[in-house]
Design a protein around this ligand. Structure first.
Ligand code: HEC
Length: 187
Protein backbone atom coordinates (compact mmCIF):
# COMPACT_ATOMS: atom_id res chain seq x y z
CA UNK A 1 0.00 0.00 0.00
CA UNK A 2 2.76 2.41 0.99
CA UNK A 3 4.61 1.49 -2.17
CA UNK A 4 1.55 2.21 -4.26
CA UNK A 5 1.21 5.67 -2.75
CA UNK A 6 4.90 6.30 -3.30
CA UNK A 7 4.59 5.51 -7.00
CA UNK A 8 1.43 7.48 -7.31
CA UNK A 9 3.13 10.54 -5.82
CA UNK A 10 6.22 10.00 -7.95
CA UNK A 11 4.18 9.61 -11.07
CA UNK A 12 2.03 12.66 -10.50
CA UNK A 13 5.01 14.83 -9.63
CA UNK A 14 6.75 13.72 -12.82
CA UNK A 15 3.64 14.45 -14.77
CA UNK A 16 3.34 17.85 -13.14
CA UNK A 17 6.99 18.70 -13.88
CA UNK A 18 6.51 17.61 -17.45
CA UNK A 19 3.40 19.71 -17.83
CA UNK A 20 4.93 22.84 -16.33
CA UNK A 21 8.10 22.52 -18.42
CA UNK A 22 6.04 21.89 -21.48
CA UNK A 23 3.74 24.83 -20.91
CA UNK A 24 6.70 27.09 -20.04
CA UNK A 25 8.15 26.19 -23.43
CA UNK A 26 4.94 26.99 -25.18
CA UNK A 27 4.52 30.16 -23.13
CA UNK A 28 7.73 31.85 -24.24
CA UNK A 29 6.68 32.97 -27.73
CA UNK A 30 3.05 33.49 -26.84
CA UNK A 31 3.69 35.76 -23.84
CA UNK A 32 6.09 37.80 -25.99
CA UNK A 33 3.31 38.04 -28.57
CA UNK A 34 0.89 39.09 -25.84
CA UNK A 35 3.28 41.83 -24.74
CA UNK A 36 3.51 43.15 -28.27
CA UNK A 37 -0.23 42.99 -28.69
CA UNK A 38 -0.64 44.97 -25.47
CA UNK A 39 1.91 47.54 -26.64
CA UNK A 40 0.10 48.07 -29.95
CA UNK A 41 -3.44 47.97 -28.65
CA UNK A 42 -2.80 50.75 -26.13
CA UNK A 43 -1.34 53.68 -28.04
CA UNK A 44 0.47 56.71 -26.60
CA UNK A 45 0.70 60.24 -28.05
CA UNK A 46 4.42 59.45 -28.49
CA UNK A 47 3.51 56.94 -31.21
CA UNK A 48 2.21 59.68 -33.51
CA UNK A 49 5.64 61.34 -33.71
CA UNK A 50 8.67 60.49 -35.89
CA UNK A 51 10.46 57.15 -35.57
CA UNK A 52 13.90 58.65 -35.94
CA UNK A 53 15.87 61.77 -35.13
CA UNK A 54 19.00 63.49 -36.46
CA UNK A 55 21.96 62.25 -34.42
CA UNK A 56 24.76 63.52 -36.68
CA UNK A 57 25.97 65.93 -33.97
CA UNK A 58 25.95 63.33 -31.19
CA UNK A 59 29.07 61.62 -29.81
CA UNK A 60 30.02 58.17 -31.13
CA UNK A 61 28.92 56.65 -27.82
CA UNK A 62 25.47 58.23 -28.02
CA UNK A 63 25.14 57.23 -31.68
CA UNK A 64 25.78 53.64 -30.69
CA UNK A 65 23.12 53.84 -27.99
CA UNK A 66 20.70 55.33 -30.50
CA UNK A 67 21.25 52.48 -32.96
CA UNK A 68 20.74 49.91 -30.23
CA UNK A 69 17.56 51.68 -29.20
CA UNK A 70 16.26 51.67 -32.81
CA UNK A 71 16.83 47.94 -32.96
CA UNK A 72 15.94 46.75 -29.46
CA UNK A 73 13.14 49.09 -28.50
CA UNK A 74 11.17 48.48 -31.67
CA UNK A 75 10.12 44.90 -31.03
CA UNK A 76 6.72 45.70 -29.53
CA UNK A 77 6.11 49.35 -30.43
CA UNK A 78 8.01 51.68 -32.77
CA UNK A 79 10.98 53.79 -31.61
CA UNK A 80 8.53 56.71 -31.67
CA UNK A 81 7.40 55.66 -28.23
CA UNK A 82 10.70 56.40 -26.47
CA UNK A 83 11.72 59.21 -28.86
CA UNK A 84 8.61 61.35 -28.34
CA UNK A 85 8.18 60.67 -24.66
CA UNK A 86 7.59 63.39 -22.07
CA UNK A 87 10.18 61.79 -19.76
CA UNK A 88 13.13 63.91 -18.70
CA UNK A 89 15.60 62.25 -16.36
CA UNK A 90 17.77 64.69 -14.39
CA UNK A 91 20.23 64.25 -11.55
CA UNK A 92 19.06 65.97 -8.34
CA UNK A 93 21.51 68.87 -8.83
CA UNK A 94 20.47 69.34 -12.48
CA UNK A 95 16.88 69.33 -11.36
CA UNK A 96 17.51 72.09 -8.83
CA UNK A 97 19.33 74.22 -11.40
CA UNK A 98 16.53 73.84 -13.91
CA UNK A 99 13.93 74.69 -11.26
CA UNK A 100 15.51 78.07 -10.73
CA UNK A 101 16.38 78.81 -14.36
CA UNK A 102 13.21 77.46 -16.04
CA UNK A 103 10.41 76.97 -13.50
CA UNK A 104 7.80 77.01 -16.31
CA UNK A 105 8.83 73.62 -17.64
CA UNK A 106 7.75 71.96 -14.37
CA UNK A 107 4.16 73.06 -14.93
CA UNK A 108 3.01 70.76 -17.73
CA UNK A 109 3.63 67.12 -16.92
CA UNK A 110 2.23 65.93 -20.22
CA UNK A 111 5.00 67.83 -22.00
CA UNK A 112 7.88 67.37 -19.53
CA UNK A 113 7.66 64.69 -16.87
CA UNK A 114 10.81 65.42 -14.90
CA UNK A 115 12.07 62.84 -12.42
CA UNK A 116 15.42 61.54 -11.27
CA UNK A 117 15.79 57.93 -12.45
CA UNK A 118 12.64 57.83 -14.58
CA UNK A 119 14.42 56.46 -17.67
CA UNK A 120 16.29 53.88 -15.68
CA UNK A 121 13.02 52.69 -14.21
CA UNK A 122 11.34 52.46 -17.58
CA UNK A 123 14.20 50.73 -19.34
CA UNK A 124 14.32 48.17 -16.54
CA UNK A 125 10.57 47.74 -16.83
CA UNK A 126 10.84 47.14 -20.58
CA UNK A 127 13.78 44.75 -20.11
CA UNK A 128 11.71 42.66 -17.71
CA UNK A 129 9.02 42.05 -20.33
CA UNK A 130 8.87 38.66 -22.01
CA UNK A 131 10.35 38.81 -25.51
CA UNK A 132 12.60 41.79 -24.77
CA UNK A 133 16.13 40.58 -25.51
CA UNK A 134 18.27 43.37 -24.11
CA UNK A 135 21.30 42.52 -21.97
CA UNK A 136 22.60 44.71 -19.15
CA UNK A 137 25.34 46.29 -21.25
CA UNK A 138 22.96 47.14 -24.07
CA UNK A 139 20.43 48.43 -21.57
CA UNK A 140 23.03 50.80 -20.13
CA UNK A 141 24.00 52.15 -23.55
CA UNK A 142 20.38 52.74 -24.47
CA UNK A 143 19.79 54.40 -21.11
CA UNK A 144 22.76 56.74 -21.59
CA UNK A 145 21.54 57.76 -25.02
CA UNK A 146 17.99 58.32 -23.92
CA UNK A 147 18.89 60.40 -20.86
CA UNK A 148 21.27 62.65 -22.84
CA UNK A 149 18.99 62.92 -25.85
CA UNK A 150 16.07 63.92 -23.63
CA UNK A 151 18.14 66.73 -22.13
CA UNK A 152 19.33 67.92 -25.55
CA UNK A 153 15.95 67.94 -27.25
CA UNK A 154 13.63 68.92 -24.40
CA UNK A 155 15.48 71.64 -22.48
CA UNK A 156 17.54 74.77 -22.99
CA UNK A 157 17.35 76.33 -26.44
CA UNK A 158 15.22 73.39 -27.62
CA UNK A 159 12.58 73.66 -24.87
CA UNK A 160 10.21 75.72 -27.00
CA UNK A 161 10.50 73.50 -30.07
CA UNK A 162 9.93 70.46 -27.87
CA UNK A 163 6.82 71.96 -26.24
CA UNK A 164 5.28 72.74 -29.62
CA UNK A 165 6.06 69.27 -30.92
CA UNK A 166 4.72 67.46 -27.87
CA UNK A 167 1.57 69.62 -27.63
CA UNK A 168 0.81 68.89 -31.26
CA UNK A 169 1.06 65.15 -30.60
CA UNK A 170 -1.19 65.46 -27.55
CA UNK A 171 -3.86 67.38 -29.48
CA UNK A 172 -3.77 64.92 -32.37
CA UNK A 173 -3.95 62.02 -29.96
CA UNK A 174 -6.90 63.46 -28.08
CA UNK A 175 -8.88 63.77 -31.31
CA UNK A 176 -7.93 60.35 -32.58
CA UNK A 177 -8.21 58.38 -29.34
CA UNK A 178 -10.40 60.38 -26.90
CA UNK A 179 -11.05 57.43 -24.58
CA UNK A 180 -7.43 56.42 -24.38
CA UNK A 181 -6.48 60.06 -23.72
CA UNK A 182 -8.85 60.09 -20.75
CA UNK A 183 -7.50 56.79 -19.48
CA UNK A 184 -3.93 58.00 -19.64
CA UNK A 185 -4.18 61.59 -18.53
CA UNK A 186 -7.51 62.36 -16.88
CA UNK A 187 -7.69 59.68 -14.22
C1 HEC B 1 8.53 43.12 -25.14
C2 HEC B 1 7.86 44.27 -25.68
C3 HEC B 1 8.49 45.63 -25.47
C4 HEC B 1 9.78 46.01 -25.72
C5 HEC B 1 10.91 45.18 -26.31
C6 HEC B 1 9.88 47.41 -25.34
N1 HEC B 1 8.68 47.87 -24.89
FE1 HEC B 1 8.26 49.75 -24.31
N2 HEC B 1 6.30 49.22 -23.94
C7 HEC B 1 5.80 47.93 -24.06
C8 HEC B 1 4.44 47.91 -23.51
C9 HEC B 1 3.54 46.68 -23.44
C10 HEC B 1 4.16 49.24 -23.10
C11 HEC B 1 2.86 49.72 -22.42
C12 HEC B 1 3.12 50.11 -20.97
C13 HEC B 1 3.67 49.00 -20.12
O1 HEC B 1 3.26 47.83 -20.27
O2 HEC B 1 4.58 49.27 -19.34
C14 HEC B 1 5.34 50.03 -23.39
C15 HEC B 1 5.44 51.38 -23.14
C16 HEC B 1 6.56 52.16 -23.33
C17 HEC B 1 6.67 53.58 -23.07
C18 HEC B 1 5.52 54.51 -22.64
C19 HEC B 1 5.54 54.67 -21.15
C20 HEC B 1 4.62 55.76 -20.66
O3 HEC B 1 3.94 55.51 -19.64
O4 HEC B 1 4.58 56.85 -21.23
C21 HEC B 1 7.96 53.94 -23.33
C22 HEC B 1 8.56 55.33 -23.20
C23 HEC B 1 8.68 52.74 -23.74
N3 HEC B 1 7.79 51.68 -23.75
C24 HEC B 1 10.02 52.70 -24.03
C25 HEC B 1 10.72 51.55 -24.40
C26 HEC B 1 12.15 51.48 -24.54
C27 HEC B 1 13.12 52.63 -24.33
C28 HEC B 1 12.45 50.19 -24.92
C29 HEC B 1 13.81 49.59 -25.17
C30 HEC B 1 14.72 49.66 -24.04
C31 HEC B 1 11.18 49.46 -25.00
N4 HEC B 1 10.17 50.32 -24.66
C32 HEC B 1 11.06 48.14 -25.38
C33 HEC B 1 6.45 46.86 -24.60
C34 HEC B 1 7.80 46.80 -24.96
Amino acid sequence: MKKKIFFLVLFSSLLFTHLTLFSADKDAPSSAEAEKEKALKNPYPNDLGPEKIDISKYSAELQEGYKLMLDKCAKCHTPSRPLNSQFLDLKPEELQTLKSSNPEIFKDKLVWQIETGIWQRYIKRMMAKPGCNINTQEGKKIWKFIVEDSKKRKTGAQAKVWAEHRKKLLAEFKTKYPDRFKELFEK
